[in-house]
Design a protein around this ligand. Structure first.
Ligand code: NAG
Length: 900
């Protein structure tokens, strides 16, 4: 949630509808000393490899890089890893102890799994090495360049444009340029005790036209060049900031940063990850023959991972080996979340909760924003508004629902507040440059900030979340971390001064982009601890939503895209924003449905729900000053449409949860750009107007008012079925479809089986023993496959094998259920009493006599034309439905289709 009630109250008076991104409050490259020094640098030609220094030790090459004119020495290390990547590091030689991102941000296990290099050629000017199945590394000595080839094609060139630079630590000279040792921005002076230490990396993707990634920003999926017209004359920035009223088409960096980029062309995907948590700028320039990028970071070292798996799934799987996969979420957290700044008191909570039931709209979680606390002292309650929080949570829980409260990292400086006093006494706060507890301004006024970069502080913080410590909490209460960029209202660019000091004497400059993920981790550890106290055997999966993020956040919990606005353009840009997060390993994400700022009209609200039901994290949220907008407040017609949309989400829960299982085991995204599924179709590489949900569904959101028809691209090479009617779509590629207000175009992809649960319920908990429907959408060969993952939905028992994962496949007119086998993953041992109650076939070849099904070789039942879905609008006869197969979901079985 955004900042400054006062500020926005004033805005409302003067310009009620205009958005007000305060561009001047944020720095541009030219206003930033390290960026302007390096953006046009041509230093790369001065760096050369000393051939005699090269040492090749199995999978690791080291060499000295020298800048002759400046007589600077660097150490270059190139290592080949068995998990599908090459790691390139550059640091000063000898080491001066520059900052390196701590290993706990990543996961361990990959470091020592190396893949030997074979020297395949050496001359006086270059050296070539081969590794893995088809990766080659070519080092040129003078000037230094490094080329990586994958599958016989050049995939990445380092320093081919001579933009490489590396600023050494130095002693202060009288004639040093301005900005080396001090820099002032809007009255904030950054003392730079270590002087300049920036780096520029020159990364070219030869033969590519499209690059993706480096979130977070509200911009296109296929990144635009940054040498274009304003605002695209600025490099993309990676510096976690609380950006008030952000714009919907802008290169500016928002609340989180993942320094990962993918380049894709026909036949090849390559990925890069610069493990560096300092402020970073990335330029993108495009020509007919390549995409050139320049990455400039303020401090740290060069630590570049190049993922050489060759395909997008391969790149993401390798990245997941380093940064981890998505935590398997609690099932309830994939339901609908209702949030507002603020649900005022216990009576309001009860009324909103009752509103969902009386309007028969399912939801799972009710959220409380900052006003629920005693004066913005997190982990406390306003005792007049919320006198009995335990009873309130238990009441929600009696209907299978949960509550989320907000907990932010700024701690009110008040000695009578137990959190403040204890953390102060134990020295747990970030320090200012003079080594005193930093005092910054945020919601509660004067505040200090927990130094969560320290494992000791995180452990102390985690201990605050047990039910005995967090008064008024129950096991049904989960947490929302906002403002963790961190947001400091009176700080430079609304964040902490870069010369603040963290644990181990680390400057905030070095680890700024890690603050959010560390805070998120500490909080999630707290809920884990609570869960393991309440259920030592199985525990409870944490649910903590965060606004700020970095690589590794996927292991902790979901994020949302912050303070968007109730505008069509913000609905639209949410799609490329979430697709980009999925491509950079953080698929559990969502945008606030309805838009945080402003008042959506009924049409925008309805269209946003129709899209939002496909967001991995699905929450409605609104600013303090907006009109109430619970889903039933837009008139009966719109209420009915929103009800149908949200019920549609609940019907899809088995599919979404199964996709999360794959995200957890393999790193695959939930929402996927079309090119991810159709990597050879060049005309899809920039498509962001529609997207895939897993491999089996395609969604085309409606992103403008008054739309009665829209163009849909249905990629060639697949069969598509209208998900509302089951009708096969005969038109290929782009085709025009009529739309009403009742739904947006959604399609099943032939070749896939999608599990569903079709009984309308009030929450995910109420669905727990409902039977399943399988939608079997056939491809051109009349085949299809899919799977269903089931576990208890909340504990860690699945890690002991207590889960059920079934594989379904249809071929030769036989639908078979068997154990899903995944390499390296043990088979599940859980059985559940649930059944398959319906099977819907799409695309069976026409048969004059009709079909019947032989179930388990015994019973025979007719297949009848009928509606595809029990929750969708009736009246479609395009599906062939097998009613009442009543087969146990845990068992092996076969259904054979024969002509009647
Ligand atoms: C899957 O998620 C759980 C937590 O939800 C996590 O402990 C586990 O490490 C994840 N699996 C993998 C392969 O990362």
């Amino acid at each position: 949630m955004g900042r400054r009630v006062l500020r926005s109250a004033i805005l409302l008076v003067f310009c009620a509808s205009a958005l007000a991104f305060k561009e001047h409050e944020f720095k541009k490259c030219a206003q930033t000393s390290f960026c302007s020094r390096n953006r046009n640098v041509q230093q790369g030609a001065n760096f050369e490899i000393v051939p005699a220094s090269i040492v090749l030790n199995t999978a690791t090459l080291t060499a000295t890089l020298i800048n002759q004119p400046a007589s600077k020495h660097l150490q270059l290390t190139v290592a080949s890893h068995a998990d599908g990547f090459v790691r390139v590091q550059v640091d000063e030689s000898p080491s001066v102890g520059r900052y390196q991102v701590p290993t706990d941000v990543l996961i361990s296990g990959w470091e020592n799994k190396k893949q030997p290099f074979t020297e395949t050629g050496r001359t006086s000017s270059k050296l070539t090495l081969a590794t893995g199945e088809d990766t080659k590394v070519e080092l040129t000595f003078q000037p230094f360049t490094l080329a990586i080839m994958v599958k016989g094609q050049p995939a990445l060139l380092v320093n081919s444009r001579n933009l490489f630079n590396f600023e050494h630590r130095r002693t202060k000279q009288d004639n040093d340029p301005a900005g080396y040792w001090e820099e002032t921005w809007q009255g904030h002076t950054d003392s730079k005790p270590k002087g300049p230490e920036a780096m520029s990396l020159d990364l070219v993707f030869p033969g590519f036209q499209h690059v993706y990634g480096i979130p977070e920003r509200a911009t296109a999926l296929s990144l635009k060049a940054t040498n274009g017209a304003a605002p695209y004359g600025e490099p993309y920035r990676l510096y976690n900031l609380d950006v008030f009223e952000y714009l919907d088409d802008h290169p500016f960096g928002l609340y989180g940063s993942i320094p990962v980029m993918l380049a894709h062309k026909k036949g090849l995907t390559v990925g890069v990850f610069w493990l560096n948590a300092a402020e970073m700028f990335v330029d993108v320039v495009k020509s007919r023959s390549e995409v050139g990028t320049q990455w400039i970071a303020e401090s740290g070292i060069v630590d570049l991972f190049v993922f050489t798996g060759g395909s997008a799934p391969g790149v993401l799987a390798s990245y997941a080996k380093v940064a981890g996969t998505t935590a398997l979420p609690q099932l309830f957290s994939l339901g609908y979340h209702q949030c507002r700044w603020n649900y005022k008191d216990e009576a309001d909570v009860k009324a909103v909760d009752g509103g969902f039931d009386s309007h028969e709209i399912p939801y799972d979680v009710l959220w409380l924003d900052i006003e629920h606390t005693n004066g913005k002292r997190y982990l406390t309650w306003d005792s007049s508004l919320f006198p009995s929080p335990v009873a309130m949570q238990e009441d929600l829980a009696s209907r299978g629902r949960q509550m989320v409260t907000i907990v932010d990292p700024h701690v009110k400086r008040d000695h009578s507040y137990y959190i403040f006093a204890e953390a102060e006494q134990q020295g747990h706060y970030v320090k200012n440059k003079n080594n005193n507890d930093f005092d910054g301004w945020c919601w509660p006024g004067s505040s200090s900030y927990l130094d969560v970069t320290s494992p000791v502080v995180r452990e102390w913080w985690a201990a605050q979340f047990t039910v005995d410590k967090y008064k008024g909490s129950t096991k049904h209460l989960y947490i929302w971390n906002d403002m963790n960029e961190p947001s400091v209202f009176n700080g430079p660019e609304i964040t902490m001064p870069k010369d603040n000091l963290h644990f181990g004497g680390v400057e905030h400059r070095d680890n700024h982009n890690l603050y959010g993920v560390y805070y998120h981790m500490g909080t999630a550890e707290g809920l884990k601890l609570r869960g393991s106290q309440l259920d030592p055997e199985n525990g409870d999966r944490p649910f903590v939503l965060s606004r700020a993020f970095f690589s590794g956040t996927q292991r902790v919990g979901p994020i949302w895209t912050g303070d968007n606005a109730a505008q069509w353009s913000h609905l639209k840009v949410s799609v490329p924003m979430l697709l980009t997060l999925g491509l950079t390993g953080l698929p559990n994400s969502g945008a606030d449905v309805g838009g945080f700022f402003g008042n959506p009209d009924a049409e925008l609200m309805t269209r946003w729900y129709q899209l939002g039901i496909y967001y991995p994290f699905f929450r409605g949220h609104a600013h303090l000053e907006t009109q109430r907008r619970e889903p039933w407040l837009f008139g009966p017609d719109h209420t009915a449409r929103i009800r149908a949309a949200i019920r549609g989400r609940y019907a899809l829960m088995p599919y979404i949860y199964t996709l999360f299982r794959f995200a957890n085991t393999t790193g695959m995204p939930i929402l996927r750009p079309l090119w991810f599924e159709f990597p050879e179709a060049e005309d899809l590489f920039a498509v962001e107007e529609e997207f895939m949900v897993g491999p089996g569904m395609l969604v085309k959101p409606i992103t403008a008012p008054g739309v009665s028809s829209t163009d849909v691209i249905l990629p060639a090479g697949a069969r598509w079925y209208d998900a509302a009617t089951g009708a096969a779509v005969t038109a290929k590629n782009r085709h025009r479809v009529q739309v009403t207000m009742d739904a947006i175009p959604v399609y099943y992809r032939g070749g896939h089986i999608v599990p569903r649960r079709e009984r309308p319920r009030r929450s995910t908990a109420a669905q727990a023993s409902d039977p399943y429907t399988l939608v079997v959408a056939l491809d051109d060969k009349s085949e299809a496959s899919g799977s269903l993952y089931v576990d208890d939905g909340h504990s860690f028992a699945f890690q002991r094998g207590l889960y059920l994962h079934r594989s379904f496949s249809f071929s030769n007119l036989k639908l078979t259920s068997s154990v899903h086998v995944e390499p390296g993953v043990p088979d599940g041992t859980l059985t559940v009493p649930t059944t398959i109650e319906r099977v819907v076939f799409l695309g069976l070849p026409p048969s004059r006599r009709g079909y019947k099904a032989l179930i388990g070789g015994k019973r025979s039942e007719p297949l009848e034309a009928g509606p595809l879905s029990m929750v969708a609008a009736p009246g479609s006869e395009h599906a062939l439905v097998l009613r009442k197969p009543d087969l146990p979901v845990s068992h092996d079985w076969v259904i054979e289709i024969v002509t009647a």
